[in-house]
Ligand binder design. Structure first.
Ligand SMILES: Cc1ncc(COP(=O)(O)O)c(C=O)c1O
Length: 385
């Protein structure tokens, strides 16, 4: 196992969406990230020393978790979960001030993205992405044998902005547009007004335009949600997760919010029991007590700025981020590879972002100050070229 093959998950695909991949349906596979145990063996490190800087998860769980679990309905684990997920759906609806009929729940945001692809994409239909972006969009589009069209984002020096004109052009006749805001892996968000303007232009297309999936996995960390705009956009689906700000990636709970008619279409392909009874219980409790999420976001954002300042001091180029991760521009693939290798040999797992325009970058999740300090010490100063 090499440094280049570790920490690649869908990110090997993240940059790969070709301009027009009509015939490129062979790449539908998805390579899961290496486990701690695999990395420990490959790099000869103690598994206890491994810290995941590659998964954009929270460095901590909610402190109330043990209390929630102590009150969990263990006596009902012989039965299937409530397939309507009524309590969880009600908690999400209350959290966002929308009717329960606007909510579709699933096993993480990824399941909602899959549900959206199954609902909206047909073989040969057009799906639009703006690369670099989250690697699941090409994977899910190809799984539906859809034609993937890229409207590439602008340059790093400009903050990787969406090219709205290119997106609108690419979306002509499209079934689905994948929008990630804040965007993974660039860590950037579009101005809210620009997003609303883009949604308006897309909705002007024939038949109300394509369905737009706005993936807001990192929304709690930055920018304004599009949930408030759902009343104006009947073909908009906003996807959220408890995996990031809520510190609950392991329970696998996410949800989509849309106007009831579109939510009902999505619900048709929702599996009846993909969220376990325990996960639904924990998620419902977490949503009712959002104090942890806001405190967690504040702590991560504060640490993100300290971590970034230290990386900048060490000579690395680190564009600003509005998420819980940072991009490190190592200038060239060889320097990025060498840095990744140095980190992995100490059990610190960065995300590689190749091939594509971010091949010379690393993506680093913001973790605890102690873990980030370990990474800073291992990474050292940027080699002078
Ligand atoms: C943009 C984006 N969407 C969705 C997901 C998946 O989230 P979940 O854990 O809820 O499936 C991720 C995870 O990294 C992500 O970066």
């Amino acid at each position: 196992m090499s440094a280049a093959s570790i920490g690649s998950r869908a990110d090997s695909l993240e940059m790969q969406a070709p301009a027009d991949a009509a015939s490129d349906n062979g790449g539908a596979g998805y390579q899961w990230e290496a486990s701690d145990a695999q990395i420990a063996v490959a790099f000869g490190v103690d598994p206890a020393q491994i810290v995941r800087f590659d998964t954009n998860t929270s460095p901590r769980t909610p402190p109330q978790l043990a209390n929630w679990l102590a009150r969990a309905p263990l006596e009902r684990l012989n039965e299937y979960p409530d397939a309507t997920y009524e309590a969880l759906t009600a908690a999400i609806a209350a959290r966002h001030g929308v009717p329960p009929t606007s909510i579709v729940v699933g096993a993480g945001a990824d399941e909602l993205l899959d549900i959206a692809a199954k609902t909206c994409l047909s073989p040969g239909g057009r799906a639009v992405v703006a690369t670099p972006t989250y690697g699941m969009y090409p994977v899910l589009s190809r799984q539906r044998a859809a034609m993937l069209v890229d409207a590439p984002r602008g340059a790093a020096r400009d903050g990787f902005p969406l090219d709205a004109d290119a997106l609108v052009r690419a979306a002509a006749g499209a079934e689905l547009v994948w929008l990630c805001d804040p965007n993974n892996p660039t860590g950037t968000a579009e101005p809210h007004g620009a997003l609303l303007d883009l949604l308006g232009r897309l909705a002007d297309g024939p038949g109300g335009g394509p369905v737009v999936v706005a993936d807001e996995a990192y929304r709690e960390f930055g920018g304004a949600s599009l949930i408030g705009a759902l009343g104006r956009f009947p073909r908009l689906v906003v996807v959220r997760t408890l995996s990031k700000a809520y510190g609950l990636a392991g329970i696998r709970v996410g949800y989509a919010v849309a106007q009831p008619a579109l939510a009902a279409r999505l619900a048709v392909v929702r599996p009846p029991g993909s969220i376990s009874t325990l996960s639904a219980w924990i998620a419902t409790a977490a949503l009712a007590d959002a104090a942890f999420a806001s405190a967690n976001v504040a702590a991560i954002v504060g640490e993100r700025e300290r971590f970034r300042a230290a990386l900048l001091d060490a000579g690395w180029k680190v564009p600003p981020s509005v998420t819980n991760f940072l991009l490190v521009d190592a200038d060239d693939p060889a320097t990025a590879d060498a840095a990744a290798d140095r980190l992995l040999r100490r059990g610190l797992v960065p995300r590689r972002l190749g091939p594509g325009p971010l091949r010379g970058y690393l993506r680093l999740t913001v973790r605890t100050p102690e873990e980030d300090d370990r990474l800073l010490a291992a990474l050292g100063t940027r080699p002078r070229s």
